[in-house]
Ligand binder design. Structure first.
Ligand code: URP
Ligand code: ZN
Ligand code: ZN
Length: 462
């Protein structure tokens, strides 16, 4: 047998099994997997993976790269964001093609395709409906362009993106008819507005500073909105995917809905698993501003349980990086701060270190959560998300024991702060391959801008 690349002597981990095996690659695809493949094979390049885990390239299905937002623009783009992805074992990202002003969905998708011209790893997009009356008519053509997932925000009237129940209900009907899936940012805007107005007085802003973030967004802001979206999914039969779920009550609602057969899935983000709202008591608390905000340790615990039992299907990052200077716009007012945090490079190391090494999830479930399930739920499986003959040769190799201390100065992000600065994490890639090409070698990024390819996706079956 002749391969272009042979990964030799490693422990191959998929969602289903863990085995000592070699992996042979021809061109962009995995060609063979076997216990002693190396014995009778030739290869142009051999990667020694002895003592290492060999896993499918990961997928972050929720990123915002180079996104104009709240008077700023997220500072990590398809260059720094994707370099970080590769170093953190991620070989596919899915970003949101957002419309601004009177943009059509097709124009928004063109805009994001342009941004992604410098991609280093593969990518897909979610479309985002901000004006159902206009955008609803474009859903069919967007699906034909390989984008069957649509986002609606229940908040962000300030950005012109807010969708109300009428839009969500009708989009779910359309999804069912056309083979789409609706992604929802679930927060209850009307009650949120009341609480913000009540709390954003000069006196309270001065008194509570960053803590005001949690005071204006109690748990019911999220779980009431999740319940409502689930109801519309239940009655229309349209597939629903709740993004960045942060609450224990939300998780219970999803579990109950799934048990009654509602076609609803939910992701959480790594930050809701490993951090909590105590950060808002610190001097730099405002840097952690994101929507929904970090919650309590009990919520993280429930989300971990949801990951273990399958209620929560994916872990993503919602990467939306802003520097200290960009965050400084707020001057004590939460309405002004650009919301979001960096995370792409550390998502898999965090889930591995805090999940697998601390025995909250198994090694195979880790692979399932970051690789296989995102590929399945976003219609990219089995091209992506597994190590099997015929799949894209997207592979990450890491030393299960080697820990590195997180330091934003050494990460690829443009951010001059980092949510998990100083944490010791295992699970950074020693080697990463994307479609057969080595893009991280011995921990160093060696990929190229423009290598990443757009991944068109098929409609969902109903
Ligand atoms: O605060 C966040 N999450 N920023 C990114 C936009 C969003 O709502 O996902
Ligand atoms: Zn959101
Ligand atoms: Zn987001």
């Amino acid at each position: 047998m002749k391969f272009d690349t042979l990964i030799k002597g490693g422990t191959v981990v998929t969602a289903a099994e863990t085995m000592k095996a070699d992996v042979g690659i021809v061109g962009e695809k995995i060609s063979a997997i076997g216990a002693n493949l190396a014995k009778n094979a030739q290869a142009d390049k051999v990667i020694d993976a002895k003592g290492k885990y060999v896993i499918p390239g990961g997928m972050d299905v929720h990123v915002h790269l180079d996104m104009p937002f709240m008077g700023s623009c997220s500072c990590d783009d398809y260059d720094t964001g994707h370099r970080g992805a590769a170093k953190g074992c991620v070989t596919t990202t899915i970003d949101f093609a957002l419309p601004y002003g009177k943009d059509s969905l097709n124009k928004a998708l063109d805009n994001w395709m342009k941004r992604a011209e410098k991609a280093c790893v593969d990518y897909a997009f979610h479309s985002a409906i901000s004006d159902y009356k206009r955008h609803g008519k474009e859903m069919k053509s967007i699906i034909e362009r390989g984008v069957p997932t649509f986002k609606e925000f229940m908040i962000y009237a300030n950005m012109g993106w807010q969708s109300d129940d009428d839009a969500i209900f009708q989009t779910l009907e359309d999804c069912r008819r056309l083979g789409g899936m609706l992604l929802v940012h679930a927060e209850s805007s009307k009650v949120l507005d009341v609480l913000v107005e009540r709390h954003h007085t000069p006196e309270l802003m001065k008194k509570y500073k960053s803590r005001l973030h949690t005071m204006t967004r109690p748990h019911y802001i999220e779980y009431e909105a999740i319940q409502r979206a689930v109801t519309w999914s239940e009655v229309t039969g349209g597939k629903l995917y709740v993004v960045h779920m942060s609450t224990r009550q939300g998780t219970d609602i999803i579990k109950a809905a799934q048990e009654r057969g509602v076609p609803v899935l939910a992701e959480t983000c790594i930050q809701y698993l490993v951090m909590n709202d105590d950060v808002f008591k610190t001097k730099d608390g405002h840097l952690y501003a994101c929507q929904p905000q970090l919650k309590r340790p009990e919520d993280s615990e429930r989300l971990w349980k949801g990951l273990a039992d399958g209620t929560v299907c994916n872990v993503s990052t919602d990467t939306c990086s802003f520097t200290r200077a960009q965050k400084a716009i707020w001057k004590g007012d939460w309405n002004k701060i650009p919301m979001g945090m960096p995370g792409l490079e550390t998502m898999m190391p965090l889930l591995y270190t805090k999940g697998v090494l601390e025995k909250k999830i198994s090694l195979n479930r880790f692979v399932e959560l970051c690789c296989t399930s995102p590929a399945k739920t976003m219609n990219l499986y089995p091209r992506k998300g597994t190590i099997a003959p015929g799949s894209d040769a997207d592979i990450a190799i890491f030393d299960p024991k080697a820990k590195k201390r997180v330091d934003h100065k050494k990460l690829q992000t443009k951010c001059d702060w980092y949510p998990v600065q100083g944490w010791d994490l295992a699970g950074f890639a020693e080697h990463t391959l994307c479609r057969g090409k080595v893009i991280v070698e011995n921990g160093k990024f060696v990929g190229k801008n423009g290598y990443g390819q757009f991944l068109p996706r098929k409609p969902f079956s109903y």
